[in-house]
Design a protein around this ligand. Structure first.
Ligand code: CP
Ligand code: NVA
Length: 331
């Protein structure tokens, strides 16, 4: 398929061409078929990778672990409490050590600068498993899920992100939509719109690919003609809990509920990177209910459990797409 990204890091999709992104998603679909058919694909036997997590995770960690094991690799997991990084040892020194022991490094944490520096100093491929700015592996899963619904060519499909439109997931959606020629709509309050610098970069990409970018604070406008309704948590990891009150006040109108999804195309699907606050079944969800009387935040059960919901298929696709990235960069 002409995809050659051996030895490269995967830090943001801005670094990848539309053709490379396209090929990674195709490769993920092939790995998904192999897995479904029960055909072994231990193509990276003997290699070792390390997963560095400074924030919590379910899907990303498990997807990297399962994907690596399916490919025959060994995996080490390091959480914030169990490495010296940043406390007794600099980032550069840690990267130099890990680069000598491992064939690749996954990092989830705060600053995008950290993941860039890990790549700079380690000398091995580094994969961004989420920073404050970007969540690129999530995007491949999202686009694979969209393709499974709408077919291979997603150009012209409208994807609207409702909520905190300058968080890591929303930033990355704007990038991937620009790269793959979709219509991206950021729908949220004016103070939570993406940074001008990133919008500028995406506009330049869109000019090449035919993608369209739209920004609105009107939920009805966001839902109009929409093929993919996407939302995410209203307060991201690393943001202070004191912000909940302000965020709830700002983002309430952007909740994805039955009335909103009814304004989209009848064939539209709902995606969410997860985890989601769709009921009171979590400690945070219950606290928010007691304090603000909200049964759900960014999405209601009507949508989350409804016929248009695809978020669990999307979660499974994290593993297949991460496997594609591992294989393509380490082969
Ligand atoms: N979507 C996602 O990244 O999930 P985790 O935080 O569970 O890894
Ligand atoms: N925006 C969310 C995404 C979680 C996968 C966060 O950073 O917490």
């Amino acid at each position: 398929m002409g995809l050659d990204i051996r030895g490269r890091s995967f830090l943001t999709l801005l670094d990848y061409s539309p053709e490379e992104i396209d090929s990674l998603i195709d490769l993920a679909a092939e790995f998904k078929n192999l897995k479904r058919a029960g055909i072994a694909h231990r193509r990276l036997e003997g290699k070792q990778i390390v997963l560095l997590f400074e924030k919590t995770s379910t899907r990303t960690r498990c997807s990297f672990e399962v994907a690596a094991r399916d490919l025959g690799m060994g995996v080490t997991f390091l959480d914030p409490g169990s490495s010296q990084m940043g406390k007794k040892e600099s980032l550069a020194d840690t990267a130099k050590v890990l680069g000598r022991l491992y064939d690749g490094i996954e990092y989830r944490g705060y600053s995008q600068r950290v993941v860039e520096d890990l790549a700079k100093y380690s000398g091995v491929p580094v994969w961004n498993g989420l920073t404050d700015d970007f969540h690129p592996t999530q995007m491949l899963a999202d686009m694979l899920t969209a393709r499974e619904e709408f077919g291979h060519d997603l150009r012209g499909r409208k994807l609207t992100f409702f909520g905190d439109a300058r968080n890591n997931v929303a930033n990355s959606l704007m990038v991937v939509c620009a790269k793959l020629g979709l219509r991206y709509c950021a729908c949220g309050p004016k103070e939570l719109m993406p940074a001008g610098e990133l919008v500028g970069k995406c506009r330049a990409v869109a000019a090449e690919t035919g993608a369209e970018l739209e920004f609105t604070d009107d939920p009805a406008q966001g839902a109009k003609d929409c093929d993919i309704l996407y939302t995410d948590i209203w307060l991201s990891m690393g943001e202070p809990a004191e912000l909940w009150e302000r965020r709830i006040a700002l983002l309430r109108p952007y909740q994805v509920n039955g009335a909103l999804i009814a304004k989209a195309k009848p064939t539209a699907i709902f995606l969410h990177c997860l985890p989601a606050f769709h009921d009171r079944g979590t400690t945070v969800g219950e606290e928010i209910y007691e304090k603000y009387g909200l049964e759900a935040m960014e999405v209601t059960d009507e949508v989350f459990l409804g016929p248009q919901a695809r978020q669990f298929r999307e979660a499974e696709n994290r593993m297949h797409t991460i496997k594609a990235v591992l294989w393509a960069t380490l082969q």
